[in-house]
Design a protein around this ligand. Structure first.
Ligand SMILES: [Ca+2]
Ligand SMILES: [Ca+2]
Length: 466
């Protein structure tokens, strides 16, 4: 996996940060979420947020502190004591459960990182501090990157959207993309949809990614109310993908959302943009997006992104999501290493979250896919066709493409009356997976490190659907 350079974004950011420095964050939104008792925090919104602002980058933070909320705290008191900006609240009911304030911090040039010890003393509670922002020094390490690479622009496929496909998507009728036939056969999608006849209706899947092409014909009628969208990267309410065809991360989120909708055609996608055109972004944005999705009714959160650096702030947010029975799915990364990226690595500890690796269409581990004992399930992630910006279709390859097959499977199950409690559905994905992939000689080096095996959507529906 080629690491996506962060330089482009960083140079743009530097310019916009100075231009936007005088803009106070927190411009109220038209739609106010259910706020934690006593604390209301809106995402950073630059002026005129209801309009899309191509090229705009919201203020970014080098570090993010996670601070337990105490009764009597106010946004002002937390900001005064920490010297930072409260960007989000993890947890939706601070009166009953522990909430955490997510505080963005910047260090002056040459100054040491903010000290968790100093902040803990100042706030009189235990505070953790994570690196948040892409670091331009240190070899261009990317704090959060999407895991996937475009392998083909199927320009000739544009016709596929001109006729019946458009109508099929808009009406929620399953219309398989012929190029994905083998992929869907391998996970037994057709049988699963025959069993789960609601096709995911009533289920919301948050796609925390590069945004999506909200105007794509494939997404008309398939997205949540625009009041639930947000672009954390730009500080506006329109999570439209930005970039250049064939470059960087452009099209990544559109592909991921399109895969989910092929599995669960009547689910609704909540598009949340946290990654820029190069596919990189900040921990603080991802945490804010997870909190946002939970507060606005997402049932499943798809995270086709990752970082090599432990990010406890993300784990705290995912644990809070789980406490509200919100499921999460994360890709394990594309470095061909025996270790999982974060947040996928947290899936092992969190019963409501699944970590997903990629296999090819023969069931062999994809050469690029990370693996390891913390992997929970695998899905085919090679050459998966889905919508691409501009009413196009394209195939992408990566663990990023395997994860949304699992998210779609959870949405299919959630669209039905199930025998299982929501919290046990991820476990059912594992139980019902087929472990026959371990019989393949190509997978012998990875014994026990590809989870329970390949997701079997038909077996999953048989296990869970009433
Ligand atoms: Ca935008
Ligand atoms: Ca798990």
């Amino acid at each position: 996996m080629t690491r996506i350079p962060a330089f482009l974004t960083l140079s743009i950011t530097a310019i916009l940060l100075s231009a936007c420095a005088a803009t106070p964050p927190g411009t109220p939104l038209a739609s106010t979420p259910p706020a934690p008792a006593g604390l209301t925090v809106e995402p950073i919104a630059l002026p005129d947020p209801t309009v899309n602002h191509p090229g705009q980058v919201a203020p970014r933070f080098d570090y993010v502190a996670t601070v337990p909320v105490h009764s009597g705290d106010t946004v002002a008191s937390l900001q005064t004591a920490s010297g930072g900006t409260v960007v989000s609240i993890t947890g939706t009911d601070c009166a009953d459960t522990t909430c955490h304030a997510v505080i963005g911090l910047n260090a002056a040039a040459g100054a040491p990182p903010p000290s968790a010890h100093t902040l803990s003393t100042a706030l009189n509670r235990s505070v953790t501090v994570d690196t948040s922002r892409d670091q331009i020094s240190g070899g261009g390490a990317t704090t959060a990157r999407m895991g996937g690479m475009k392998i083909a622009w199927a320009s000739g496929e544009l016709q596929a959207w001109a006729g019946g496909m458009k109508i099929a998507w808009a009406s929620g009728t399953y219309a398989p993309i012929p190029q994905n036939t083998q992929t869907w056969q391998n996970v037994r999608l057709e049988s699963a949809q025959a069993r789960a006849t609601n096709l995911g209706a009533g289920t919301v899947v948050a796609v925390i990614d590069t945004g999506i092409d909200v105007d794509h014909v494939a997404f008309q009628g398939a997205l949540t109310d625009p009041a639930t969208w947000w672009d954390f990267y730009a500080g506006d309410a329109v999570p439209q993908e930005e970039g250049t065809l064939g470059t960087g991360g452009y099209g990544h989120g559109t592909n991921v959302a399109g895969i989910i909708l092929q599995v669960a055609p009547r689910a609704k996608i909540m598009p949340l943009r946290v990654l820029g055109p190069d596919g990189s972004g900040d921990v603080s944005s991802i945490v804010s997006a997870i909190n946002w999705a939970v507060a606005r009714g997402a049932h499943v959160i798809n995270l086709s992104l990752g970082t090599d650096t432990d990010a406890p702030a993300i784990k705290t947010a995912l644990a809070a999501a789980a406490s509200k029975n919100v499921l999460a799915v994360a890709s394990v990364g594309n470095a061909a290493r025996r270790t999982l990226t974060f947040p996928a690595q947290y899936g092992f500890d969190l019963p409501l979250m699944l970590s997903v690796a990629s296999v090819d269409l023969t069931g062999a581990k994809s050469t690029f896919s990370n693996y390891g004992v913390q992997t929970e399930v695998v899905a085919p992630g090679e050459n998966v066709y889905a919508p691409a910006p501009g009413n196009m279709m394209a195939a992408w390859t990566g663990t990023s493409q395997a994860a949304p097959i699992v998210s779609g499977g959870l949405a299919l199950a959630l669209g039905q009356t199930t025998r299982k409690h929501v919290a046990s559905l991820p476990g059912a994905v594992s139980h019902s997976a087929t472990n026959s992939i371990y019989d393949r000689a190509a997978n012998w080096p990875y014994g026990g490190q590809l989870g329970s095996g390949q997701i079997d959507l038909a077996a999953l529906m048989n296990e869970v659907v009433d």
